[in-house]
Each structure stands twice: as structure tokens, then as C-alpha cells.
Design a protein around this ligand. Structure first.
Ligand code: SF4
Ligand code: SF4
Length: 509
């Protein structure tokens, strides 16, 4: 990492000067045979990869109508071209969203349209050569599937879906990404992304109970595998040991304690994250989500609450209902989904985000805070992309933006917004989302963080901001690494429930 430097801030954010090929060959490590095979993918690039890849593309085009629309609808207006943080940071024109789509669109034209079959050069159609496949691997792993570009596209073309399709095709021919596939394998084998086994998890939770008792004098519990608990908390495994994640876990536990809510974690399903979405693979997405359903059924819980994790909340909010039966729209022919529907308490939102839970409790006046405990901070809020553009909270438009901010204002006195062109639905990705949070992509990650770092610097200089709250485990991990490279203290990043934890008064109500 010694040779990775932060790009210079832009004084006026203009369209960057182009640096063709700047990020060629900067993709991630390729997954080795063992990791791929554990997920049922070919171990390495198969001999007939060309035909298999085209067949898979045809399969996806027939299954996902949206993908075909995205392949056909782009008019190359350029509205999206300067909206991607990876293009802004790397200046590589192939990181423009439209160019990223065109890597696949050109192949689509060649094999799936008549003009492309007859006059390929005239319509920008390309054969799927090994060189093109390598380009896919490289540049579809420099997209965090954040969907910012789609906000600006007049046709609503979603580059994230194109990226997911490309990654699915790559996996189907044995050309997967090491980091994402390895993580998925750990979830299947052990139950969480980190490969943290049950006994280690128990030890960690016991240690946390001791720490909180020492700090507050109160017996706040971190229960695990408690049958008959009301709430099952599904949270990212980083919450169990990483900094600053663990401070938010302490915050959730204090909220449950202060409101007298019985809750539990699950050792079998100790992960909210679902990298199946990142690789665009429905079977993996479903298999990971199924662990949560199994835990909920075995423990007999009435409510499922999701911790601070951006993409996990998107999967929970958008897909758990049809995948697992949590939420509306459970498959009437799926016996276990129907069992779960009967078991859950429908007076409550299913699933609920921890911020919705806490905000409800604040509104019901069941929590007491001393805001002065956060007076050392001038706080801003980073909207995480999967929450901002792929989900909702509170059941009303924009609730996913209001509720975390409402909580911050309830627990702290000093709150400042960042530049409005970089927040709410127009927020910039942290630079590490979508399966890119790996050291082999550090250069991409540092450069992709540039737009967020620029506006953080503005509020630091203008208002003395020294804490950027967020509700995403990946954002927390990514910023912890890149903040120092941009000259900030790594402790500038933290969770919303870290602030809740600081201010909450236990034993008052
Ligand atoms: S990283 Fe985000 S903005 Fe960039 S191409 Fe992918 S989805 Fe679009
Ligand atoms: S904004 Fe939409 S239509 Fe315009 S170039 Fe980008 S993807 Fe194509």
C-alpha cells in the first residue's frame, strides 16, 4: 500500500481529463479452483468458455427483461459519464458508466441483434475474444454496483445490473473473483463472512458484556441462540470484532436493554451481508438468505431486525420476501415461508432496520439520552448507496434518509450536512462496495473514495466536522482504511448506533 497515493482534490469538480488505460490490469485476484468449485462454479476458465459465456448471456437476457432493455435503450447521451466515483478518481474512460455498459453491449450486439450479426463494425459490435473477457473481469470489478449513475440516466439504465450480469457470466465459465467467492464459501461453511466460528463468537460476546458492565455498571446482555426471544438481530459479522463496527453493536444492545426487548443473535446465521447479490447469482443469494429463515424458525422469534449494513438491508428490504418469506409476498407454495409468516408478529414491520427500531423507541419516549456525551463531535452523515438507492425505511418516500438523521439529531447537538450534490439519492459510494473491499483492489478503492473525501474536507474546513456517521459495515471498513491516506484520522468514521451508545442513559426508565 506504500505506493498508493490519494489523487489531488479538484478545486471545482469538473469532468476529469481522460487517462485511457489508466486502470487496465488493476482488477482483483482471480478465484482459484478450490474456491470456485465450493460454490458449484467451474474451478478455472473452461476450454469452451466462449460458447458457454454467450449461452449464459442469452439465458440472462431471456430471464431478466430489464437487462435486455438496458442493452437496447442507451442513446449515448453522456448524462451518466461523469457520475461514477471510479471514473472521477481514476480518469480511465472505461470507468464511465456508459463505457462500462458498452463492454457488454458491444458483445450483445454482435450475437443477439441482426445488424450486429450482419454489419458488426457499423454498429459497434465486437466478438467475445479473450481480450474482451479480460476487460470484463477488470472493469466489472471496478464498479461497486452503487447505482449512482442510474439516478442521472434519463432512461433509468442501471449499470449495477449490467455489472451483476457480467460477473454471473464470468463465474459460469470459471473466471470468478477471489474475494467475493471466498467470502460466500465461508458463509456456507461457517455462517459468516469472516469465518468466525461459534465458540469464538460466544467468547467475543461475553467479553463485550464485561466491557459494557465495566464502562456503565449495567448488565447489558449480548444473547445468542436464545429460543423464544422476541427479536432476532441479523447484523454484519464485522460488528462482532472490527472497529468502529463493534461500537454500534454495543449501541443496539443498549437500545434493546433500555427498552426491555428480548433479543438474540444466531450462531448459525451470524451474517447480514449477502455477497450473492454482488456476484449477481440468484442461487447464492437465496442460499445465504435461507440461513436467516432457518435461524428464525428454529429460534421461534417474532421479529427480525437488521443491523447497520447497507447491502444487507437492500437484500432484506427488496428480496427477502420472495427469497425466504420474510415480509410481504411470501410464496404461497413454500411451506417454510408460510410457517414463518404465521410465526412472525405482523404488528411490526418485517424485516425492520435497527434504525427503524430505535427511531420508533425514541418517538415512543422509551429512550433517554444525554446529548452532551456527543459534544466532542461535529457530525455529518454519509448516505450509504444501497440504503439510499436500493431500499427504504419508515414506509414513506425518503424515510431511509430522514430516520438515521433523526436519530443523530436526537442523540447529538452538532450536525452538519455535506454538499447536497453528494448526499441523499445522489450520494457517492465509499469506494469499497459491491465486493471491492479487498486489498488487491486498494488502488481502485482509494481513487474511488475521492469525491466523498473532497466534500468531507469541505465540511471539516468550514464547520470543523470530525465525525462522519454511516449505517454500513463496508463503508466503515473502507473509510477506516482510506481516511488516513487522505490525511484524516481513521476514527472520523463511525456508526449511528455508536452515537446512540455514547448518549443513551441506562436504568433511567
Ligand atoms: S460504480 Fe456506481 S456509478 Fe459507477 S458504474 Fe457502477 S453503478 Fe454506476
Ligand atoms: S445516461 Fe443513460 S442513456 Fe445516457 S449514456 Fe448513460 S446509460 Fe446511456
Amino acid at each position: 500500500m506504500a505506493d498508493i497515493a490519494a489523487p489531488a482534490y479538484r478545486t471545482i469538480p469538473i469532468i476529469p481529463e481522460l487517462k485511457p488505460g489508466a486502470m487496465e490490469g488493476k482488477g482483483p485476484f482471480v478465484a482459484p479452483d478450490k474456491i470456485n468449485e465450493a460454490l458449484g462454479f467451474p474451478g478455472h476458465l473452461v476450454d469452451d468458455w466462449h460458447d458457454k459465456a454467450i449461452a449464459k448471456m442469452g439465458d440472462l437476457l431471456s430471464r431478466y427483461r430489464s437487462l435486455k432493455v438496458y442493452m437496447d435503450a442507451c442513446v449515448h447521451c453522456g448524462a451518466c459519464s461523469d457520475k461514477c466515483h471510479y471514473f472521477i478518481g481514476t480518469q480511465d474512460p472505461k470507468n464511465m458508466p456508459v463505457a462500462r455498459q458498452d463492454l457488454m453491449r458491444s458483445v450483445y450486439r454482435r450475437y443477439f441483434t441482426l445488424p450486429g450479426k450482419l454489419f458488426p463494425k457499423l454498429v459497434g459490435a465486437r466478438d467475445l475474444t479473450r481480450e474482451v473477457l479480460d476487460e470484463w473481469f477488470n472493469y466489472y470489478h471496478q464498479c461497486s454496483e452503487c447505482r449512482r449513475c442510474s439516478v442521472f440516466c434519463p432512461y433509468g439504465i442501471d449499470t449495477a445490473e449490467v455489472t451483476m450480469a457480467a460477473r454471473e457470466i464470468l463465474d459460469s465459465v470459471g473466471y470468478g473473483q477471489k474475494y467475493a467467492n471466498e467470502i460466500i464459501g465461508k458463509v456456507h461453511k461457517i455462517g459468516n463472512n469472516l469465518g468466525l466460528p461459534g465458540p469464538a463468537l460466544n467468547d467475543t460476546l461475553e467479553g463485550l458484556e464485561e466491557d459494557v458492565k465495566e464502562a456503565t455498571g449495567v448488565d447489558v446482555r449480548f444473547p445468542i441462540d436464545v429460543k423464544g426471544a422476541e427479536v432476532l438481530l441479523i447484523t454484519p459479522s464485522a460488528d462482532f470484532f472490527a472497529e468502529p463496527h463493534i461500537d454500534s453493536l454495543i449501541g443496539y444492545a443498549k437500545v434493546f436493554h433500555a427498552t426491555g426487548t428480548s433479543w438474540t443473535l444466531s450462531s448459525m446465521s451470524s451474517e447480514a451481508g449477502n455477497f450473492g447479490m454482488f456476484i449477481g447469482n440468484y442461487e447464492q443469494l437465496r442460499a445465504i438468505a435461507m440461513r436467516i429463515r432457518q435461524a428464525a424458525l428454529e429460534l421461534g422469534v417474532k421479529r427480525i431486525v437488521v443491523g447497520e449494513c447497507g447491502h444487507a438491508w437492500r437484500v432484506a428490504y427488496s428480496f427477502w420476501n420472495t427469497l425466504t418469506g420474510v415480509g410481504d409476498g411470501a410464496d404461497p407454495n413454500d411451506r417454510f415461508a408460510q410457517m414463518l409468516q404465521k410465526q412472525l408478529d405482523h404488528r411490526y414491520k418485517q424485516p425492520a432496520h435497527i434504525c427503524e427500531f430505535t427511531w420508533d423507541m425514541i418517538q415512543d419516549e422509551r429512550l433517554v439520552f444525554d446529548k452532551s456525551h456527543n459534544d466532542k463531535y461535529v457530525i455529518t452523515f454519509h448516505d450509504s448507496c444501497n440504503v439510499a438507492r436500493g431500499s427504504n425505511m419508515g414506509g414513506y418516500p425518503g424515510g431511509q434518509f430522514d430516520i438515521p438523521r433523526n436519530i443523530i439529531r436526537a442523540v447529538a447537538n452538532n450536525f452538519v450536512e455535506m454538499d447536497s450534490s453528494t448526499t441523499y439519492e445522489r450520494t457517492f459510494c465509499c469506494g469499497g462496495g459491491g465486493g471491492l473491499l479487498t486489498d488487491d483492489l486498494m488502488d481502485v478503492r482509494v481513487k474511488g473514495a475521492l469525491p466523498r473525501m473532497e466534500v468531507l474536507q469541505q465540511v471539516k474546513d468550514g464547520h470543523g466536522v470530525n465525525f462522519m456517521a454511516c449505517i454500513c459495515a463496508i463503508c466503515k471498513a473502507q473509510f477506516t482504511k482510506v481516511l488516513p491516506i487522505y490525511g484524516f484520522d481513521r476514527k472520523v468514521i463511525g456508526g449511528v448506533h455508536q452515537l446512540v451508545s455514547n448518549a443513551i442513559q441506562l436504568g433511567v426508565k
